[in-house]
Write a protein that binds this ligand. Sequence first.
Ligand SMILES: [Zn+2]
Length: 146
Amino acid sequence: MTKPPSELIPASRCTRCGRVVAPPTSYCPDHPVAMEPLSIEGYGEVVSFTTLHSPPEGFSSPLHLALVGLDGGARLFCHGAETKGLRVGSRVAVEEVDQVYYFSHLGVMDRARLFWRRAGDLEETVTAIVKSAVKRVWRRGGGEKV
Ligand SMILES: [Zn+2]
């Protein structure tokens, strides 16, 4: 079975208040406590987004940016291919490439895939249910022919 590509984002968590920050930092922004490294899944919700038509030097125009609140707790500014159809609260996947974060809008199929991936152990059960349903249909079809 092929595993879906991992979209883990390096982050850090405060051992005292539990705050999660990405990219990882040595100390908690709230108080001088050393943070422990952690990887969080690159999925979250759009908190805010904007399109810059006069972006800073070195960026192509228009520049689509979104502030994404990851499920793991951290908030990141991400670049995206477009903000069309994006809303506050939209589910997005986040990837890190060369220390730049990119978001992509999750469609219905992606969300379903993510759901099944999260379900983990359920996957085998579901496969078994589907197989038995297919068998039932196949047998019924065979029965009609006889
Ligand atoms: Zn803290």
